[in-house]
Write a protein that binds this ligand. Structure first.
Ligand SMILES: N[C@@H](CCC(=O)N[C@@H](CS)C(=O)NCC(=O)O)C(=O)O
Length: 216
């Protein structure tokens, strides 16, 4: 199994975490987004969207991080990343999609490039934009975690006391938030959960700074 990845891609980071949680080995194929390698003809032939991640299972390719994670969860059920009950499963998906569909797309590299290029926005304006959409999304996620997060003393994750797909989405988004100096003060539960997740090998090993393509 090959994963097309880039150290700083939070969508690839989500999949790296899920692969680690499932104990699945993979060969990384590095796609340097900074150099525009996602737009080469060779890569577009595999993923017409020109985005990473892309999972390649002996020629069968799969794009979109949430689709990949759910596929991995269905084909390798242990440990489960979604709860057994349909309502709970939908709630975990809702948290994951809050990040993947409502925060991340407006802050994606191509969006930032468009803001800085054709829209002629300054770095300050772009940073403000970036932090704004994270703060909006995290406000809602913090509330959802109050409702559904784990309640065990000193424990608990985004949904209950087991790691779920929602946690695979939270950690990379926290990394992005810190990269852009977002004030995390209003989100104490997210900060706590992130810290707890960092104690799990799969989360630590998937971090951008632990990737072979992380710049020296
Ligand atoms: N919804 C997609 C988003 C994928 C995505 O936006 N990937 C980014 C990196 S995090 C990318 O490849 N960006 C390249 C670009 O913007 O040109 C997913 O969840 O996989």
């Amino acid at each position: 199994m090959k994963l097309h990845t880039y150290f700083r891609s939070s969508a690839a980071y989500r999949v790296r975490i899920a692969l680690g949680l499932k104990g699945l080995d993979y060969d990384p194929v590095f796609v340097c987004l900074a150099e525009g390698e996602q737009k080469t003809a060779g890569y577009l032939a595999q993923n017409p969207q020109g985005l990473i991640p892309l999972l390649d299972m002996e020629g069968k390719v799969l794009s979109q991080s949430l689709a990949i994670i759910e596929y991995l969860d269905e084909t390798h059920p242990e440990p489960p990343l979604l709860p057994g009950n349909p309502l709970e499963r939908a709630r975990v998906r809702a948290m994951a999609q809050l990040v993947a569909c409502d925060i991340h797309p407006v802050n994606n590299l191509r969006m930032l490039k468009y803001l800085g290029g054709p829209m002629a926005q300054s770095k300050e304006s772009i940073d403000l934009w970036y932090r704004h959409w994270i703060t909006e999304g995290f406000r809602a996620l913090e509330e959802l975690v109050s409702r559904y997060g784990g309640k065990s003393p000193g424990g608990g994750y985004c949904f209950g006391d087991q790691v779920t797909m929602a946690d695979c989405l939270l950690v990379p988004q926290m990394w992005n938030a810190r990269r852009f100096d977002t004030d995390l003060g209003p989100f104490p539960q997210l900060v706590d959960i992130d810290q707890r997740l960092q104690r799990i090998d799969a989360f630590r090993e998937a971090a951008p700074e632990n990737q072979p393509d992380f710049p020296e």
